[in-house]
Write a protein that binds this ligand. Structure first.
Ligand code: FES
Length: 125
């Protein structure tokens, strides 16, 4: 588990870039926390610098959209998914990311369910 930040330091609608190799972007939406690979699968833009629209993030370079729950692109020019990662919040309100092994798209649903549970379990921001 990689420590990210305290939940209080990640307001709703914001994101943070985790300097892992490869880097990970953690997003806080109205419903949940999500973590995906930070590097857009089209070129090398940082998705943590993109714009959130519900459960989607828009790449800041060429406007591809990715579903934070699955890592799948929802429009061109990106064609390949990014990996999703499990997010949890500990008893003190600190956010952690569990880096997924393997290919993009494999762990999306499980990570999204865990993220929703993490925010919903009473850790107030
Ligand atoms: S770098 Fe993200 S859409 Fe081109």
């Amino acid at each position: 588990m990689i420590p990210v930040c305290h939940l209080d330091d990640l307001p709703e609608g914001e994101s943070v870039r985790v300097p892992t190799e490869p880097p990970i972007a953690v997003f806080r939406t109205e419903e949940a926390l999500y973590a995906i690979d930070d590097t857009c699968s089209h070129q090398d833009a940082s998705l943590s610098e993109g714009w959130l629209e519900g459960c989607l993030v828009e790449c800041p370079l060429h406007a591809a959209m990715f579903d934070l729950r699955t890592g799948q692109p929802t429009c061109l020019p990106a064609r390949r998914p990014v990996r999703t990662h499990r997010v949890s919040v500990d008893d003190s309100g600190f956010v952690h990311v569990e880096v997924a092994a393997g290919a993009a798209g494999a762990a999306g649903t499980a990570a999204a369910v865990a993220a929703a549970r993490a925010v919903g379990e009473g850790v107030s921001a």
